[in-house]
Design a protein around this ligand. Sequence first.
Ligand code: HEM
Length: 200
Amino acid sequence: MDSSIPAKRKVKAPSQAIAAKAFHWINIVSLLLMIVSGLRIYNANPVFGGRAGWHFPRFLLIGNGLAEGRDWHFAFMWVYALNLLGYGLYVFITRRWQHRFASSNDVKAIQVSQNAKRKTYAWHRLVYTAIVPILLLAIASGLAMYKPAQLHWLAALFGDWQTLRTIHFITVPTVLLFTFVHSLLALRVGTLRLVKSMFL
Ligand code: HEM
């Protein structure tokens, strides 16, 4: 093998399944709408400090007042949750989960591998995997607040109402942080070409 060939030329242009692209588009748009409408709901009675607490600036929010904020939130929760469910089924049925999600080998690689690239791949899969329970936590805590009478057992898992609200609220910075790290690692693993291939 000619070792003078630059590493870049050996890398095949990444291509993604249409289902992965559709999921990413729908997820990013619906998540954004969930955040800007959720923060509108938050503003009506801030989780921290009550009505006298800190409010988010209006230009960041969607909907005029609490009622419209809830309308947006409750409309897009279907899009957001069904998209996640659809993609989950797709990943499961096509067995993609076997090589996309982190395994104990990745945890071992992070601890002992001397190969920087291998470590980046391991982190990438670990973060990619960790996003899933966070997205599910947003849904579970949201559902518990949406139907507290019917889903009282779910609400009870979170303790009291304030804890439930706080957990649901905290999924926002957590999702944003994970999305940021996920994108950074995708850039490191496959450069901008990989990130672009997920959307175009
Ligand atoms: C299927 C998923 C979801 C459901 C069923 C849901 C449901 C709810 C409900 C019922 C409320 C309280 C509404 C009210 O008090 O009138 C709420 C608030 C909120 N949601 Fe969601 N939500 C979901 C996903 C998300 C996601 C993905 C985010 C963003 C990552 C988000 C962010 C927020 C925020 C910031 C609030 C305001 C918190 C508060 O002030 O209590 N939600 N959501």
